[in-house]
Design a protein around this ligand. Structure first.
Ligand SMILES: [Zn+2]
Length: 316
C-alpha cells in the first residue's frame, strides 16, 4: 500500500505527444520538430528536397526502457495515448498532466538548503524538497470531506497525493483513507484533535502526535513517517515529540491551493522545483467549488508551469 506509483504508460506517452512540439524530454529537444517546421519557415534548401523521416518522440527514462518497436506495441501505445487524452478531457483538464520522473531508488539525504531546516537529533522541517527536477508535491490535509470523485480522479489521472489526517475528522470513515492508501497515496499524521501544538506542553503534544501514529497504524496498516503540525505551528517540543514516535520529516508548504486559485509564498508567484503545495479535504460548505474542481485547478496550474506532480513520500 505504501507502494510507489508510476504514471500510467499512456500518460507518459500522451504528455510526450502533447509536448512533442516543444521536444519531449527536455530542452535538448531530441525528437523535437526541427525549428524550421516549428516556425513554419522553410529555406530554399529544404523546399523540394525529400525530408528525412520525423524522429520518433523521445520518451523519458522508464518509458524508454519499455519502448518496443513492433507494430503491435505501436498500436498499443497509440491506444494508451488516446485513452489518456480521453481521461484528461473527461476530467476537464486543459491538457494531460506531465509524467513525474521515476522516483529515486532511495530517499536522498536532506542537505541544508533554502526551504530545509535541520537540527541535530530532530526531524527536519521542509518547505521545499531539494531537487533539480521540475517536480512539485501535492499534500491534502485534515480529512473532513471524503469525496469519492476526488480519489477516483486522482487515481485515474495518476496524480500522487500525500495526505495529513487528523483523527477527529477522519474517524467517521477511515475506509476512505484506506482506499487512498490502496491506490498508492500516503496517509500521514496531522494529530488527533488538530490543536495549536505551540501552546501545549511536551506531554500533551506527544499525546496528540503519537496517539495518531498508533491510530493510523491500526486503521491504515502503515505507521506514518511524515507529520505536519496543525496550522504549521510548532516548537522544539513538537519536533522532539514527533521524532520519539517514528516521524522522520515534517513537511510544510510554499503554496496553498483552492478550487479557484493558488496562493504563493514568494513574490515571484511561481512554482519552484521541489515545492510542496498544501490543500485540504474540504467541500462546498466551506469552498467555492468541489474537490475535483480543486484538483483540476492544481493540475492545470502545475502543468501550465511545466511541472509534474510527484509523490512527496518518495523524496522525504
Ligand atoms: Zn490542518
Amino acid at each position: 500500500m505504501a507502494g510507489r506509483r508510476r504514471a500510467p504508460a499512456g500518460l507518459v506517452a500522451a504528455a510526450c505527444l502533447a509536448a512533442a512540439v516543444a521536444g519531449c524530454g527536455g530542452p535538448a529537444g531530441e525528437g523535437a520538430v526541427p525549428s524550421s517546421e516549428r516556425t513554419g519557415a522553410s529555406t530554399a534548401a529544404d523546399r523540394g528536397a525529400p525530408r528525412p523521416p520525423a524522429a520518433p518522440v523521445a520518451l523519458p527514462g522508464p518509458a524508454l526502457a519499455e519502448e518496443e518497436t513492433s507494430s503491435e506495441a505501436v498500436a498499443r501505445r497509440a491506444e494508451a495515448v488516446r485513452a489518456t487524452l480521453e481521461t484528461a478531457r473527461r476530467w476537464g483538464l486543459a491538457r494531460p498532466p506531465l509524467p513525474a520522473p521515476q522516483p529515486p531508488a532511495s530517499r536522498p539525504a536532506l542537505r541544508a538548503a533554502q526551504g530545509v531546516k535541520l537540527a541535530d537529533g530532530l526531524p527536519p522541517v521542509v518547505y521545499r524538497v531539494p531537487t533539480e527536477e521540475r517536480i512539485v508535491f501535492l499534500t491534502v490535509d485534515d480529512g473532513a470531506e471524503k469525496d469519492p470523485e476526488f480519489s477516483r480522479m486522482a487515481g485515474e489521472l495518476g496524480i500522487p497525493l500525500s495526505t495529513f489526517v487528523a483523527d477527529y475528522l477522519a474517524r467517521s470513515d477511515y475506509g476512505y483513507f484506506r482506499g487512498l492508501a490502496a491506490q498508492g497515496d500516503a496517509v500521514n499524521n496531522h494529530t488527533i484533535n488538530h490543536r495549536n501544538l505551540k501552546v501545549l506542553g511536551y506531554a500533551t503534544q506527544r499525546d496528540e502526535i503519537c496517539r495518531q501514529q498508533d491510530q493510523l497504524e491500526g486503521q491504515i496498516g502503515a505507521r506514518p513517517r511524515l507529520f505536519r503540525p496543525p496550522y504549521g505551528e510548532y516548537n522544539e517540543d513538537t519536533l522532539r515529540a514527533a521524532g520519539s514516535c517514528g516521524i522522520e520529516a515534517v513537511p510544510m508548504w510554499n503554496e496553498e491551493a483552492f478550487p479557484d486559485r493558488m496562493e504563493y509564498r514568494y513574490d515571484d508567484q511561481r512554482l519552484h522545483p521541489g515545492d510542496i503545495i498544501l490543500t485540504h479535504f474540504r467541500g462546498t460548505d466551506l469552498w467555492p467549488g468541489t474537490m475535483p474542481e480543486l484538483l483540476r485547478k492544481v493540475v492545470d496550474e502545475v502543468t501550465a508551469q511545466g511541472f509534474a506532480l510527484a509523490r512527496l513520500d518518495d523524496y522525504l
